[in-house]
Structures are given as C-alpha cells and as structure tokens.
Design a protein around this ligand. Structure first.
Ligand SMILES: C[S@@+](CC[C@H](N)C(=O)[O-])C[C@H]1O[C@@H](n2cnc3c(N)ncnc32)[C@H](O)[C@@H]1O
Length: 337
C-alpha cells in the first residue's frame, strides 16, 4: 500500500510529526546559518540548483533541508522538488529562528548525549558541553526580536553614561545602546570565550572599539575593577537564572550594589520557570529551556520566586514589562532601595 492510501491514526500522525519536527528544527538552524532562510525571506522563493551553485552548497543537502522545512509548512516545494517558496508557516519560523538555533546548534550536543546525562554515575566532572558561540548568536536574535523593543521603552527616560552588561553574550545590547545614546560607554562582561570572540567581532564591525570594552570574568564572583565605579546602569539579560538558587540570588543582587556603587538602575530581563502548562500545551522555547537547565542542574525560578528575592535584594522595582514570547519572561527596572 502506498503512503497516500495509508490512513494514519491521529496518534500515529502525532508521533510522526514529533520525529519530523526534530529534523525540521535542525533544518531551520541550518537554513538560517547558510543564508537560505534570509534568501527566502528576501525573495519568497529559491531555485535549488541556482542557490547551490551560487553558495557552493551541495544541492541534495539543500533539497533535504527544504523538504524537512516543508513537513512543517515553512516552505512549499514544486512537484519536481527543484524550487521552494515560502509557506504559511514561514513568518513564524523566521521570527523564532533564534530559538531553533539555540536548541539545535547551541545545545545540540547536550541533547544528543542526553541518555548519558541521566544517571547520577554519569553526571561527574565537566559532563555538559554547549556551543557558546552559537548560544550568543541565538540569544542576539531572540533578544533583538523579543526583549529589546520593551527594553528600549523601559529605558526611555533613563539618563546614563556608563553601562555594564552582565553575561553580555554577543554585546549586541551594548552596541544598540551605544548607537542610541552617543554619550555612553559600555563594558561587556562574560565568562565564555566563545561569547567574547563573537563580541569582539561585533564591536569591531560596529566601529565601537573606543566605546565598548570587554571583560572575561565570572559575574557570580566579579573581581573588583576601578572602571566599575563609573557605571550608572547595569543590565543583565537571559542569565539572571544563573544567580540562583535563592540564597545565592539574594547575595548576588546585594553584592551588585557594592561592585557598582554608583549604579542608578539595574535592568534584569529573563525567562522564568513555567507554571500551569501541561503536556501538549507547552509554548515555543519553554520545554527546551527547562530541559536543558535541568540537565545542567541549573535551577530556574518562577516569576513568584523572583518577586520574593527582589524584595530582599537591596533593590526596589521601579518599572517592569512582561513578555509573551519567550513565555513567562519579564524585564524589571530596579533602583537602589
Ligand atoms: C543566554 S546568553 C544571553 C546573552 C546576552 N545577555 C543576550 O541577551 O543576548 C547568557 C550569557 O551569559 C553568560 N554567562 C552565563 N553565566 C555567566 C557567569 N557566571 N558569568 C559571566 N557570564 C555568564 C554566557 O556565557 C552567555 O553568553
């Protein structure tokens, strides 16, 4: 019997979708990294042979990537599979590509080795590896799309001259702020070598070497530096959960007051642990975020838990924005209490 005559039960189809979704997730990342997704966004369609010739790609792999995307209606293919056009799911996939890239390129190794990370006996030493370069690139895209617009709005009436960004990743936020406010200088702090490399390239590309400096250090245990005294705005996006568990988070937030004694604002944006979602209702990102952090033994607090910690942190809430995607996300603007 051919596939066309097969009548799959709903559950069997759901199961097939699960399998195909895993391939399609990797295909979104690949298509974005090689420029295929951007080409589709620009032109609406791509000829496989022409694209492969122009980009030096293997045509059969380009076709395989596009077929995988077609299983999720991100593209449609002509019957001969020579050309792809954007499908009804393209806009959503394009907008959320950073989540796919974070998952498959940034956390791919963690997921493919998941069976070896479950037993306590296997969870010894340095057992988790993620690609910090890919995570920086993914977070830059996620932050630009979902966090930066409300962040800029939150900052509208804030006056500042030196910004320190904790866990700066690609330094995209500092570059954006330096663009927006010609008077400011920025200090990006990140522990990961991959993030510092991506940052250096981005700062050089933006011609901002004179205005943004980088420090490779552990934010949880920052060595004091004279330059921190001039900082009047501290920002921290998508890494606040690294401050936890609770007692560490309170200590950490209080210590920031000492490390940056002249900071007038601390802006924290992050994603919390989900509450009240079950089974198939999980929204985009939540499941990946919580699975990956469970493997890394990193506690993710709920919004309520964050509120409790902020009350004891030495900072008071001056303003806040809630964010729909990633779900359960917030930006708080805090002022010294
Ligand atoms: C999810 S990324 C977010 C990057 C960036 N803040 C953004 O919004 O795009 C988290 C970043 O925090 C950095 N990070 C995590 N723990 C850190 C620590 N203890 N000290 C310094 N950086 C840290 C990671 O290396 C990574 O670049």
């Amino acid at each position: 019997m051919g596939i066309a005559e097969q009548q799959l039960s709903d559950e069997a189809q759901y199961c097939a979708d699960t399998f195909n979704g895993a391939i399609a997730s990797a295909a979104v990342s690949a298509a974005w990294e090689i420029g295929l997704l951007d080409e589709l966004e620009r032109s609406g369609r791509v000829g496989i042979a022409e694209y492969a010739t122009a980009s030096g790609a293997h045509p059969d792999v380009v076709r395989a990537v596009l077929v995988a995307l077609s299983t999720r209606r991100i593209v449609t293919l002509d019957p001969a599979r020579t050309e792809a056009a954007t499908g009804p799911g393209f806009d959503d996939a394009y907008r959320t590509k950073g989540f796919f890239y974070w998952l498959t390129r940034g956390c791919g190794e963690l997921l493919t080795t998941l069976p070896g990370k479950v037993l306590d006996a296997d969870r010894q030493g340095d057992f988790v590896r993620r690609d910090s370069r890919a995570i920086s690139v993914a977070c830059r895209n996620i932050a630009r799309t979902f966090f930066d617009p409300p962040f800029r709005e939150l900052l509208k009436d804030t006056d500042c001259s030196v910004v320190a960004d904790l866990g700066c990743g690609s330094s995209d936020r500092l570059i954006m702020l330096a663009d927006l406010m010609p008077q400011i200088r920025g200090i990006g702090i990140d522990v990961a070598a991959g993030a510092i490399t991506v940052s250096k390239e981005a700062i050089a590309d933006a011609g901002m070497e004179g205005r943004i400096s980088l420090v490779q250090d552990d934010v949880l245990n920052l060595a004091p530096r004279e330059e921190y005294e001039s900082v009047d705005l501290v920002t921290c996006f998508l890494m606040g959960h690294d401050f936890w568990p609770r007692e560490n988070a309170v200590t950490m937030l209080r210590r920031l007051r000492e490390t940056f004694p002249n900071a007038k604002s601390l802006v924290i944006g992050d994603t919390c642990r989900s509450t009240g979602v079950d089974g198939p209702q999980h929204p985009m990102f939540t499941l990946g975020f919580e699975t990956v952090h469970a493997v890394m033994d990193q506690y993710i607090p709920t919004l309520e838990e964050w509120s409790g910690v902020l009350a004891e942190s030495g900072w008071r809430i001056a303003d806040r924005r809630m964010i729909d995607l990633p779900a359960f996300s917030f930006i708080y603007r805090l002022a010294p209490a």
